[in-house]
Design a protein around this ligand. Structure first.
Ligand code: PHE
Length: 441
């Protein structure tokens, strides 16, 4: 028979029984555009970074309206992800059908934007968008978040332009540190033949300069954003405001960049991962239609939500998605202010303990934690605060495995009643039984 069709952002897609795993609750997030709202923490942050990076030499074309459905080719193949890469699995990614998915990162648009650059006066781009990953549920994880992708190109062999642009960037970085100094506590070398090799089509000086430009650009971004935060703390007369900002460069791996890095910032006693980046692989640029080996450059991908939560002191990631005016009226364009909590509505805790069906332990059929998260999320939507595994054991006699999950139901918007929670819990349990044939203990 004809397969069911689903509509995402006004476009209809065929579903496919073995691939489709998007849910109504996830699809309902695809038209929210939080990054476009410059009075929302995510949008304010996006706007601040865009302004700063384009204040230097105005080379970045902004793309902020790409739709979230992309092809498997765009999200993975075009970037050189191997066929067996775990990111492709249905337990991590929301598929519409075999060939379409909700992008898991903004890199899915790189090839298309590089294509555009060939006929544009711009020499780079910034893409901001919502991205989707199946994940656990707690105060810092949400299946939808936002990334900003950046990229910058030069002609292969044009060392003079590269040097000039680097000088301009270095100057901008220095000027941005009048209040708070950046302090690099550990660097990753641009050229590291064993652990983070360069591509053979680029010369050593080209790699050194491209990497230096990439690093200075991200340092400028970090300095801009955290300086503003530190300044706002000073104005509020908060005690122990940091006088310097520590950061470090760490080598990394991404299938479409070489060498690759991550930048991390020391904030309130923890290393905070800010973004992954690297020198774009020749193959991606060639796929985008550039004349063979004519081009080189860098790319980065930065997660906006976690940084926004820190800057705006937002304690629960679901607040980013609330419709409550008490949240929205607190934020102003281009301004970092600390969120003032309003009264939290009481929550309600329920446990569900069950035996897995016999013979599934360690097998492919064994239920994946993200599948449990999805059932809870699809049933309770934004009424669930967290889901935690609190107990797990195998009975040595029967060799059966037991799991116990604790679900914390709580709304950001209103009081939820016990009756309502009971109904939700009943539905979660029912769906666990129907779909995964568990036996409730
Ligand atoms: N897309 C990567 C991620 O989501 C980040 C990245 C972007 C890394 C561009 C390198 C270049 O983790």
């Amino acid at each position: 028979g004809a397969s069911k069709r689903i509509k995402v952002d006004g476009v209809e897609y065929n579903t496919d029984p073995t691939f489709t795993n998007v849910t109504k609750s996830i699809i309902s997030h695809t038209n929210k555009g939080l990054h476009l709202n410059d009075q929302h923490p995510v949008g304010i942050l996006r706007d601040l970074i865009e302004r700063k990076l384009n204040s230097v030499d105005n080379v970045f074309m902004p793309y902020n309206n790409f739709k979230p459905v992309v092809t498997t080719w765009e999200n993975f193949d075009s970037l050189g992800f191997p066929a067996n890469h775990p990111g492709r699995s249905k337990s991590d990614t929301y598929y519409i059908n075999q060939d379409h998915l909700l992008r898991t990162h903004t890199s899915a648009h790189e090839v298309q934007c590089f294509q555009d650059l060939q006929t544009s006066k711009h020499k780079g781009f910034l893409i901001s968008a919502d991205v989707y990953r199946r994940d656990e549920i707690d105060r810092t994880h949400y299946p939808v978040f936002h990334q900003m992708e950046g990229a910058r190109l030069w002609e292969h062999g044009d060392l003079d332009s590269l040097k000039r642009d680097l000088e301009v960037m270095e100057k901008a970085l220095k000027e941005n540190q009048t209040h708070t100094k950046l302090l690099c506590v550990s660097d990753a070398p641009a050229i590291d033949p064993e652990e983070n090799p360069k591509q053979s089509y680029m010369t050593a000086p080209e790699v050194e300069l491209t990497v230096a430009h990439l690093k200075r650009s991200l340092e400028l971004t970090v300095s801009e954003v955290f300086n503003r935060k530190i300044e706002s703390l000073r104005e509020m007369k908060v005690a122990n405001v940091p006088t310097e900002l520590k950061y470090r460069w760490v080598k990394a791996y991404f299938p479409w960049t070489a060498p690759s890095y991550e930048i991390e910032v020391w904030w309130q006693g923890e290393w905070l991962e800010i973004c992954g980046c690297g020198v774009i692989k020749q193959d991606v640029l060639n796929k985008a239609g550039f004349k063979l080996d004519s081009t080189m450059g860098w790319a980065f991908g930065l997660g906006l939500d976690r940084i926004a939560m820190i800057l705006f002191e937002i304690p629960d990631i679901r607040l980013l998605w609330t419709a409550d005016e008490r949240f929205h009226r607190q934020f102003k364009r281009q301004t970092i202010t600390a969120f003032k909590p309003y009264s939290k509505h009481p929550g309600s805790i329920r446990d569900v303990a069950f035996w897995l069906p016999e013979g599934t332990i360690g097998q492919e059929e064994e239920i994946h934690e993200n599948d449990i998260m999805e059932i809870v999320r699809d049933t309770a939507g934004s009424l669930v605060e967290s889901v935690k595994l609190i107990d797990s054991f195998v009975d040595p006699k029967t060799n059966k495995k037991s799991l116990c999950y604790r679900i914390n139901y709580q709304s950001m918007e209103r009081n939820i009643t016990n009756l309502e929670v009971n109904d939700l819990q009943k539905e979660v349990v029912g769906r666990l039984i129907d779909k995964y044939h568990v036996t409730i203990r």
